[in-house]
Design a protein around this ligand. Structure first.
Ligand SMILES: Nc1ncnc2c1ncn2[C@@H]1O[C@H](COP(=O)(O)OP(=O)(O)OP(=O)(O)O)[C@@H](O)[C@H]1O
Ligand SMILES: [Mg+2]
Length: 488
């Protein structure tokens, strides 16, 4: 009889070699199959039986609903780990550079990391419940925690700093409805508005003043702190529709390299909701409230006037630093004087309809024209008081960009038919004023924006623009050089 059996080699080395060979063969066969994944999971659970772990939570918001900066850093760090590719669920996004793909950890997924020989893991916890915020949970072996925790968190900090510096992308935040308040009220998209301070047509003196005002603001941390003031500055941009207010806000944010928070008052449920939104904004940001006059006069928001005033300079607005607040409106006429009272909004900038000088700037940028035989005719029409908004003129130029002569003729026709009288009295309004009690230039140089209290500066400025009569605006008590010119 011939028996079947497994031949066991007598030499132990041959035996070991054989076992190793079988394991390698198994590994090769199993790689890429679900079985390997299950085995790995078992192996890690067996490891977990032998260790005691410490868990650290990093929530997105702190108990006062302010953004936890560490959460943002951890998120940047975790999404940069190579091991994220081993996670079961990830989100893929196209990056700013068109051929780059970004991988982001999906909710409730875990990613592993090693540091100084210790193995740690991060889980991106996201609960379905209302009002619960997103949290990263760090898992560290108790035996490793004393040795690695501090240096590891420092490592997370410096890596995320590095990444953020390399690819700082300015973001535009918009507030969501109250019902969607999970994970905070702000949603962000990359801020890609094409406007810059160079592309906005406005009086070059005025533009330079605003530029130097912003520059001096950026350098004034110590100055504001010495005065016991919050390091923030507010601007009111007002003027007819299509004169470049929104474009200028975008240009300011780009110039400062700050994120933009665009507050939609129609989506704010009440005054305390507005405070909450303010608390959830980060530092180094431009906070914009567009069309404030409309919301206040039409009462198309649930926010009260006192809610708006508190937002501007109340105690809650002091919870952040290095912030620029910008309010836009079409006219100051129907606005409550409390909003315009001196000191409430630091700088007021008027955006006028197009005059001949602004027209030339637009013709240069839209049509590449420095001069043209039709320019004298255009100038003549402007002198009769005809005016259109830069948006209207820009539109005509864009649609006729193939033929500069046709574009200019169309502008002339539009000025003759639609622009009659709209521009009268506008020239003197291309001014800025400050109600903060300080010249914009912190060195005390009065060449900056006008201060309400600094009467000499105001007079000099008025002389400069040929405005000899001075009058306070009817209700606000704020200097409004534009209305003087208009009425005078
Ligand atoms: N001063 C300007 N210089 C260059 N382009 C301008 C200027 N004003 C307006 N435009 C162009 O017109 C369009 C509309 O401008 P924008 O939205 O900034 O006006 P606005 O003052 O905010 O108007 P509204 O009061 O209706 O919100 C933009 O595409 C912008 O490029
Ligand atoms: Mg606008």
């Amino acid at each position: 009889m011939v028996g079947f059996g497994i031949m066991i080699p007598g030499n132990p080395f041959v035996l070991l070699f054989g076992i190793a060979g079988v394991l390698v063969l198994l590994r090769v066969l199993l790689s890429g199959t679900a079985l390997l994944f299950v085995l790995k999971k078992w192996w890690s659970s067996i490891g977990d039986w032998f260790h005691v772990y410490q868990f650290y939570k990093v929530p997105e918001y702190n108990e006062s609903f302010q953004e936890n900066q560490l959460y943002r850093r951890v998120s940047t760090y975790v999404n940069s780990l190579a091991s994220i590719e081993d996670s079961n669920f990830t989100n893929l996004f196209s990056a700013k550079k068109s051929n780059e793909i970004l991988i982001h950890l999906d909710s409730n997924q875990t990613v592993h990391d090693t540091f100084l020989g210790a193995r740690v893991s991060w889980t991106n916890e996201e609960k379905e419940e209302r009002n619960s915020c997103r949290t990263f949970v760090l898992k560290v072996r108790k035996s490793d925690k004393r040795r690695i925790l501090r240096p590891y968190l420092q490592h997370v900090h410096s890596v995320s700093d590095d990444i953020e510096q390399r690819g700082k992308e300015v973001k535009l935040y918009t507030n969501t409805e109250t019902e969607h308040r999970n994970n905070g009220r702000w949603r962000s998209v990359p801020f890609t508005h094409p406007s810059t301070l160079d592309t906005v047509a406005m009086d070059s003196d005025l533009k330079n003043k605003v530029k130097s005002d912003l520059e001096s603001f950026l350098k004034s941390k110590q100055y504001y702190h010495r005065l016991g003031r919050v390091w923030k500055r507010s601007y009111l941009l007002y003027g007819p529709s299509g004169t470049g207010k929104s474009s200028f806000v975008a240009a300011m944010a780009k110039f400062l390299c700050y994120d933009v928070y665009d507050v939609d008052l129609s989506k704010v449920s009440d005054d305390s909701d507005l405070k909450m939104l303010l608390l959830q904004m980060t530092n180094r940001s431009v906070i914009v409230v567009e069309d404030l006059d409309r919301f206040v006069s039409e009462k198309s928001t649930a926010v009260s006037l006192s809610g708006v005033l508190n937002f501007m300079d109340g105690i809650f607005s002091c919870c952040g630093e290095e912030r620029v607040m910008v309010f836009t409106m079409n006219s100051k006429e129907h606005i409550d004087p409390a909003i315009l009272r001196p000191g409430r909004i630091d700088v007021h900038i008027y955006f006028p309809l197009c005059d001949f000088s602004a027209f030339k700037t637009l013709a240069n940028s839209y049509l590449g024209l420095k001069d043209h035989k039709l320019f004298p005719q255009v100038e003549e029409i402007f002198q009769t008081g005809a005016a259109l908004s830069p948006a209207e003129i820009g539109e005509i130029m864009i649609s006729n960009r193939g033929s500069p002569s046709r574009a200019l003729k169309s502008v002339i026709t539009a000025l003759q038919t639609n622009g009659d009288g709209r521009g009268s009295g506008k020239i003197g309004r291309r001014l800025t004023e400050s109600t903060s009690g300080r010249s914009v230039d912190e060195s005390g140089d009065s060449s900056g924006v006008i201060c309400r209290e600094s009467v000499h500066t105001v007079r000099e400025f008025r002389k400069l623009y040929g405005l000899l009569r001075m009058k306070s605006s009817r209700r606000g008590g704020t200097l409004d050089l534009g209305s003087v010119e208009k009425e005078g």
